[in-house]
Write a protein of this length. Structure first.
Length: 149
């Protein structure tokens, strides 16, 4: 009797303690330039893969879709927070520095921004949804992304 009661409690209430999904996984959507962005900025269809690196970090492998093909844009070593539902990274690349920041709005919706220095100018907005990487175009080889910043 006691075993049956314990099994019922685990079945009934175990789901309440299930871990919430994290941003680890594959996302696709748009990365849109704002009015304040550089003239060379182009709106993009993106595919992001967040791969856990350690307890506090994930590597973001960022692709854009061009002519029906995924092209690697680069990799960033992102700092995770908020139960792995947020990630951010300050970077410098050439003459540009800024902060990429991503937040899960729900288990299947992700939003992000690129704020560039100086002046904390909003340059890009990202809207994405979770997908299964198997359902996407083939990903570039990991070596195509370079060393994560």
């Amino acid at each position: 009797m006691r075993a049956a009661w314990l099994a019922a409690v685990l079945v009934c209430c175990g789901a309440a303690h299930a871990a919430s999904p994290t941003l680890i996984g594959t996302w696709t959507g748009t990365s849109t330039c704002t009015a304040a962005a550089r003239a060379a900025c182009k709106n993009e269809i993106i595919v992001y893969r967040f791969v856990r690196h350690d307890a506090q970090h994930a590597i973001l492998y960022a692709d854009k879709i061009i002519a029906g093909k995924r092209e690697a844009m680069g990799a960033l070593d992102m700092q995770l927070s908020a139960g792995d539902r947020q990630a951010s990274k300050h970077f410098t690349h050439g003459n540009t520095s800024g902060t990429w920041a991503y937040t899960m709005l729900s288990d299947s919706a992700l939003t992000g921004t690129l704020i560039v220095d100086p002046g904390n100018t909003l340059a890009r907005k990202v809207e994405a949804h979770r997908v299964d990487d198997k359902d996407m175009l083939p990903a570039p080889a990991i070596g195509d992304y370079g060393t994560p910043d």
